[in-house]
Design a protein. Sequence first.
Length: 169
Amino acid sequence: MATAFLSAQRSKDPRTQVGACIVNEENKIVGIGYNGMPVGCHDDEMPWGRDSDNILETKQLYVCHAELNAVLNKNSADVKNCTIYVALFPCNECAKVVIQSGIKEVVYYSDKYKDKPEFVASKKMLDMAGVKYRQHIPKQKQILIDFTAIDAMTGTNVKEVLKADQTSF
Ligand SMILES: Nc1ccn([C@H]2C[C@H](O)[C@@H](COP(=O)(O)O)O2)c(=O)n1
Ligand SMILES: [Zn+2]
């Protein structure tokens, strides 16, 4: 799930950044994606708003969802029997992609749109198709990425830090 969230950071959506990470039956990553405009449709020339009288001026008609991108970006022949970790529960269109691609389980973090028809329809299809879904409850709320750690740590103090960690938990 952390990999899905890291991928989401690349999204230009100012309101909801979604990331998805697909793993196979051995828990190996086979595809990653985030919500973004189609290739060749430049992020800064496309609309990112959602509320406009002119639907052509909203993102909904254009943006590729994280789940679709993760499946399309797969580095394996297919994603049959895989699990998709996704920051937001799949919408109806993504549920179709999940089902048709053979993914067997959805692990999601947020279900903030659960009352919207797209998400009710999604659950209906996932249930009928026998795709399992469950909410991910993270052990910790945040993960810090410290780029400086690789240079700061020597072999000796890595061992010391690990030892200290083991004694404090
Ligand atoms: N399962 C989902 C659901 C939504 N998205 C994308 C589509 C939009 O870029 C954004 C939602 O925007 P909002 O309605 O919150 O303004 O999230 C997705 O990638 N996967
Ligand atoms: Zn979707």
